[in-house]
Design a protein around this ligand. Structure first.
Ligand code: FES
Length: 196
């Protein structure tokens, strides 16, 4: 009986402990995250983005998990920005905190921010979580809730937001663009992952 209890405890520890250790490894490659991490972007929206000089909304189906329902897909969107190499270099200069080593503002997937000439931003304002939008007249992203303003490359330039826009990991697979959805904590200069 005692041996059976020890074996059972060991199995439970392994089941719970391994994923916890796995997700706590800093700098973990986003490709290694388990299961259904990557979501394809809407092909039609993506095609429009490839021809657009202004940022566009790009739809995708996000997996949602909550306490009462099985994981299910919900329609959502991100903001896509087409960038030349020169614009990307400018973004890196303007937003060094995204890339600095050992900084809490750094994203753990710096090699996946700029892919195939595009950058994808989470649509969630880092201030208190409203959804911002592109304002073509001002050439800026604007948040309607408290007036935070961001440049085309996501740099925060006005309003109460504590940091710039959050880029999301992007990749191309078999001709399709895919992203990983990440929800970051609001109201903090650091990028703290709340959920994937
Ligand atoms: S939620 Fe965007 S400025 Fe407050």
């Amino acid at each position: 009986m005692a041996n059976a209890t020890i074996i059972l405890a060991g199995i439970v520890t392994l089941i719970i402990g391994v994923p916890l250790i796995d997700y706590s490894i800093p700098g973990k490659e986003i490709d290694e995250l388990a299961g259904e991490t990557w979501s394809p972007l809407d092909q039609s929206d993506w095609q429009k983005l490839t021809r657009s000089e202004i940022p566009l909304r790009v739809s995708f189906a996000r997996k949602q998990t909550d306490g009462y329902f099985l994981p299910h897909a919900v329609e959502d969107y991100v903001w896509g920005v087409k960038m030349s190499e020169a614009q990307w270099e400018t973004m890196k200069r303007n937003r060094p905190h995204l890339f600095e080593a050992h900084s809490a503002t750094t994203v753990p997937y710096v090699n996946r921010i700029y892919v195939a000439g595009f950058v994808i931003f989470s649509p969630i304002c880092p201030h208190l979580g409203c959804r911002f939008a592109w304002n073509a007249n001002m050439n800026r992203f604007l948040c309607p809730c408290h007036g935070s303003v961001y440049t085309r490359d996501g740099e925060h330039v006005a309003g109460p937001a504590p940091r710039g826009l959050d880029p999301l990991p992007l990749r191309e697979r078999e001709g399709k663009a895919e992203i990983t959805w990440i929800r970051y904590k609001s109201s903090t200069p650091d990028r703290v992952v709340v959920s994937y």
